[in-house]
Design a protein around this ligand. Structure first.
Ligand code: AMP
Length: 389
């Protein structure tokens, strides 16, 4: 994969069209940016381009405007926050293509930055429309993609533009690929994968791909109950995907003795903060829902994580949004933080859990892309990365 470093001596005086992920969380009422981490994460690549004399033109999406101009999803406030973080002016073009964008791009001097309006205000973005991609590409001389979170989507700004310009990865994508590849190509052993979350169906491809590589796969979360039911273990009213029992059987067969399922369960009567809760060994009795791995399982998982050389984790092992069902997820996160192993956490809910617990700094790599990291670990080719190779 080419990176922006390989382009360093060709950036001076060039318009660097850069796809970033500025899809930041905002307050529903006021629209205020509630967390600017995604902007801060892009700074190294933006500054590298500037320091090498590039004229930086930034593209991003924000929210899901579905091809319409939606004022509340404008990137204007994001451009302002970026300017504060850079300590430099950031120009803004109210449309990502067309005369205003072209004039603003042409007016840039070396080291200056322009932010374009939300690419998803045009339907051509998500359709990867060739004409729209061509118009975007016309704004730049080279293309840099640093938006890992959307790299699994073949959109105009993440894939289409690369057909027209020399393309390279930014530092964020470089780091993602470096770490996630450790989990899929020649991994260190013992290699332990922790899987959780609501559905088996979302993660079949990842489980399949990783099973042949790992030494152990620890499965918690609601997902575990589809496997347990398949094994004839009582699951009470736990969330089960009955249409995935056959796939679960195939995966268990493929796994040999690699898959480790919960041996005890923290259960509730319903999915409510105030519900009656109780811990049961082995089976979930009728009338109860398994909502977290029990303390024995958590200890078992923690021991496996402690002895590993490499650990990947995707999906909370319990209904962690409710505090009393968050213990298992906390134990797994803490075990990963304490482990000497290379530790890799998938994006989305799992990354959120690690951040909430303040353990991010003690994990080797916390992915910035939920869907993208799942597809990567599933062995699939990501369109936004394929175009950089
Ligand atoms: P996913 O997006 O598939 O990784 O699923 C994450 C969601 O799964 C989180 O919102 C968790 O609360 C939920 N979850 C985890 N364990 C359970 C469980 N035992 N029962 C119901 N939901 C769960």
């Amino acid at each position: 994969m080419k990176t922006i470093r390989d382009m360093a001596d060709r950036l001076a005086g060039k318009k660097v069209l850069m796809r970033v992920d500025f899809n930041v969380p905002r307050d529903k009422q006021t629209g205020r940016i509630t967390n600017d981490l995604r902007i801060r994460r892009a700074l190294p690549t933006i500054n590298f381009a500037r320091e090498n004399g590039g004229r930086v033109i930034l593209m991003s999406h924000l929210g899901r405007p579905d091809g319409q101009v939606v004022e509340s999803m404008s990137l204007r406030p994001v451009a302002q926050r970026l300017a504060e973080l850079l300590g430099a002016d950031v120009a803004f073009a109210a449309d990502c293509v067309g005369p205003e964008a072209e004039e603003a791009a042409a007016a840039l001097k070396d080291g200056e930055v322009l932010m374009l309006e939300n690419t998803r205000f045009h339907a051509g973005e998500e359709d990867n429309d060739p004409e729209f991609a061509r118009r975007l590409a016309a704004l730049g001389d080279v293309y840099v993609n640093d938006a890992f979170g959307t790299a699994h989507r073949a959109h105009a700004s993440t894939a289409g533009v690369a057909e027209h310009l020399p393309a390279a990865a930014g530092f964020l994508i470089e780091k993602e690929v470096e770490y996630l590849s450790r989990a899929t190509e020649n991994p260190e052993h013992p290699y332990v994968a922790v899987m959780g979350g609501a559905k088996v169906s979302d993660k079949i491809q990842v489980i399949k791909n990783l099973l042949d590589k790992v030494d152990a796969m620890l499965i918690g979360g609601a997902m575990a109950y589809t496997f347990l039911k398949q094994q004839g273990v009582g699951v009470g009213n736990s969330l089960v995907e009955d249409d995935r029992l056959e796939v679960a059987a195939e995966l268990l067969e493929q796994a040999g003795d690699k898959i480790i399922l919960p041996v005890d369960h923290v259960c509730g009567r319903e999915i409510e903060p105030e519900t009656e809760a109780q811990t049961f060994d082995e089976e979930v009795p009728d009338g109860w829902i398994g909502l977290d791995i029990g303390p024995k399982t958590a200890q078992l998982f923690a021991d496996k994580i402690k002895d590993a050389a490499l650990v990947t984790w995707n999906g909370p092992v319990g209904y962690f949004e409710i505090d009393r069902f968050a213990e298992g997820t906390k134990t797994v996160a803490q075990a990963m933080a304490d482990s000497e192993a290379t530790t890799i956490v998938g994006g989305g809910e799992t990354a959120e859990a690690v951040e909430v617990l303040g353990l991010e700094e003690r994990i080797s790599h916390v992915s910035t892309g939920g869907g993208a990291s799942l597809e990567f670990l599933g062995g699939e080719e990501l369109p936004g990365i394929a175009v950089l190779q």
